[in-house]
Design a protein around this ligand. Structure first.
Ligand code: NAD
Length: 491
């Protein structure tokens, strides 16, 4: 279905949002006619259905991206930059529609979705600026023997796979640097949230992105998409955001042809409240770090470590703030927290909380799901958690804050680092020098000191240990899509 898009405060799914595959600048149904339903997590009802790419569609998308590659790479950096700048402007112009789509298919509140659109659009603006910089270097060899010319050139065709939790931002964080670098792309969005990605494809077309440069292929058969793509010699790069479990499978597959990999994977962020913390800063930052997107964030605070002398104060402050939140359909006015995205996500949250309670944890607020049909889980604060509870080791991905106490900084640093993950961490302390000293010792790629909001397109975002390889955002994000070519010259 090809459709016109309309700006406005409501989203007419029947007329405003494409539901076909976007391949080589055309909207096409799946070659085998396959479709799948997109569910509204607020009521577990189907919103619409979208085309589900089959093997033939994946090959068509690879061919389109490959054929468009030389032409796109030969666009001047300025020409690519201006298209990206236009994409930024269109996202801002249509921010309400995009935000409503995000709320409908993902569940977050409209206010949060608007925040996501702003953040997502910034990647186009940032990489419109970066596209014209950092084209390479030239130097004379220190020995004087020759000249060293280094060019940054596009990697080539990129497979981009994104998760559902930030349907716009996780896409633009990859598409914008890839296009700035001169790469062509195939985006496979999460099956829970394909509508936002398809709508973005429509905006990119309007911004002037040529046919074949961005292809969007939702598919219910994710592993088929990666198998076919990573087996094809025309695909030179995979950039994946999602769970560590799936990241490992993709790394193994990519190793067969030594495909260039960027991996943004899972997290288990510690949030540390030091003895001298300003309690208002601690609670406010904890609310942001925990409750962004109802807790469904890779950098979401997963474990709270609070100095024992401040534990009572922090726990009651956090419980009070969590209790005051209004849970409901994210599309409705006055709602602070929307539903979780699907049944498996809420089931996992429920299991982790139930196990912690069975092991002796005490519930300060929340502690259970709300009866359906949507996937609503109460904002929850738990204390007295035994060390071996799964909730301290696994990514919760829900609105649950488990609080543990500590006595010494060495003890808390050891506990915080006792995980295979290393994405985000937070430290709250009035003595900034001391808080920074703690931050220095934490094994994480992204840290917040005295703040809970840490995402910024201008900053390098990514994990250490099993949280990933590579960085998105900043100048580093562009380099994920370039390869260096060194030429030794005499003249
Ligand atoms: P997921 O790994 O289940 O899925 C991510 C994407 O991979 C989706 O598009 C999915 O369809 C696809 N996929 C699933 N199995 C696949 C396979 N075998 N082969 C190829 N593709 C496959 O993750 P999710 O549930 O969508 O997202 C939540 C996870 O993503 C969490 O672990 C979260 O921490 C992580 N995440 C990380 C970042 C980051 O920047 N580090 C950002 C957001 C989310």
């Amino acid at each position: 279905m090809t459709s016109q898009f309309t700006a406005g405060l409501t989203v007419d799914l029947a007329t405003s949002v494409p539901t076909d595959l976007y391949i080589n600048g055309q909207w096409v149904p799946a070659a085998d006619g396959g479709t799948f339903s997109v569910i509204n997590p607020a009521n577990n009802q189907a919103l619409t259905s979208v085309a589900s790419a089959c093997e033939q569609d994946v090959l068509s998308a690879i061919a389109a991206a490959h054929d468009a590659g030389h032409s796109w790479a030969s666009f001047s950096p300025r020409a690519r930059a201006e298209i990206l700048r236009k994409a930024f402007e269109l996202m801002i112009e249509y921010k309400d529609v995009i935000a409503r789509l995000i709320s409908l298919e993902e569940g977050k509140t409209h206010a949060e979705a608007l925040g996501e659109v702003g953040y997502a659009a910034e990647f186009f603006r940032w990489y419109a600026e970066e596209a014209c910089r950092d084209q390479g270097t030239f130097m004379r060899a220190p020995s004087g023997a020759n000249n060293i010319l280094v060019k940054n050139q596009p990697v080539g065709v990129c497979l981009l796979i994104t998760p559902w939790n930030f349907p716009a931002a996780m896409g633009t964080r990859k598409i914008a640097p890839a296009l700035a670098a001169g790469c062509t792309t195939i985006l496979k969005p999460a099956s829970e949230t394909p509508l936002t990605a398809l709508y973005l494809a429509q905006l990119l077309e309007q911004a002037g992105v040529p046919a074949g440069v961005v292809n969007v292929i939702p598919s219910k058969r994710s592993s088929m998409v990666s198998e076919v793509s990573l087996s094809d010699s025309r695909v030179r790069k995979i950039s994946f955001t999602g769970s560590t479990e799936v990241g490992r499978l993709l790394l193994a597959k990519a190793s067969e042809r030594v495909v260039n990999c960027s991996m943004e994977l899972g997290g288990n962020a510690p949030f540390i409240v030091l003895e001298d913390a300003d309690m208002a800063v601690a609670v406010d930052s904890a609310m942001v770090a925990k409750m962004r997107n109802a807790g469904e964030s890779c950098i979401g605070a997963n474990r709270f470590y609070v100095h024992h002398s401040r534990a009572e104060e922090f726990s009651s402050g956090l419980a009070q703030a969590m209790k005051a939140l209004v849970l409901g359909d994210g599309m409705k006015e006055g709602v602070d927290v929307g539903p979780l995205v699907n049944a498996s996500t809420i089931n996992k949250v429920e299991q982790l909380v139930d196990q912690a309670i069975e092991l002796g944890a005490k519930v300060l607020t929340g502690g259970s799901r709300i009866a359906g049909p949507g996937f609503f889980y109460q904002p929850t604060v738990l204390v007295d958690i035994p060390k071996h509870a799964d909730i301290l080791r696994e990514e919760i991905f829900g609105p649950v804050a488990p609080i543990v106490t500590f006595t010494s900084q060495d003890e808390v640093i050891e506990a915080a680092n006792d995980t295979v993950f290393g994405l985000a961490a937070y430290v709250i302390g009035a003595n900034v020098g001391n808080a920074l000293a703690v931050a220095e010792k934490l094994e994480a790629g992204v840290l917040g000191v005295n703040r809970g909001f840490i995402s910024d397109p201008a900053a390098p975002f990514g994990g250490v240990k099993q949280s990933g390889i590579g960085r998105e955002g900043s100048q580093d994000g562009l380099h994920e899509f370039t390869e260096k070519k060194y030429i030794a010259i005499d003249w």
